[in-house]
Design a protein. Structure first.
Length: 153
């Protein structure tokens, strides 16, 4: 086999391989350049804290109004949903043709909890773009079943 890679790869040498690898790295970097921005648009920042009596969740939803936010109580979790709809109308004055553009955006996050949640244990407020959710911790209750002696029939 010769120094240039032999007859199988006559066009590939150390310099061309390095150039190819560099091109591949640039392609991958460019492909993922906007990945974080795209992921950020699908979600929103959320911070969860625990105190002795409750769980606190803070969601940064400054791009939304209070009436665009919903909280759904699930068995062992809360689902925060925010949605917005925007309609724009563009009119060409010379042709008098109008064009409508509508965009809908929906983001959601799930807040898992280590216990079953009831709606009456959840309180929420919204101000300055921050949704604050308080979930009261219930005291664990024993659901014991009394065992009866078996009777013979």
């Amino acid at each position: 086999m010769s120094e240039n890679g032999g007859p199988i790869l006559p066009f590939l040498n150390e310099k061309s391989l390095g150039t190819w690898v560099k091109s591949l790295e640039q392609f991958i970097d460019k492909s993922f350049e906007h990945y974080h921005t795209m992921v950020d648009n699908l979600s929103f920042p959320l911070e969860v804290k625990e105190t002795k009596d409750e769980y606190l969740a803070y969601a940064n939803l400054e791009a939304y109004d209070q009436n665009q936010i919903q909280i759904e109580v699930l068995d062992r979790a809360l689902k925060i949903i925010a949605y917005a709809s925007e309609t724009n109308r563009f009119t060409n004055d010379s042709t008098n043709i109008s064009q409508y553009k509508q965009a809908n955006k929906r983001v959601e996050r799930l807040v898992p909890l280590p216990f079953s949640v009831k709606q009456e244990d959840v309180r929420a407020t919204f101000g300055n773009g921050v949704l604050k959710i308080r979930v009261h911790k219930r005291k664990p209750s024993a659901n014991l079943i009394e065992i009866q002696p078996e009777t013979e029939e």
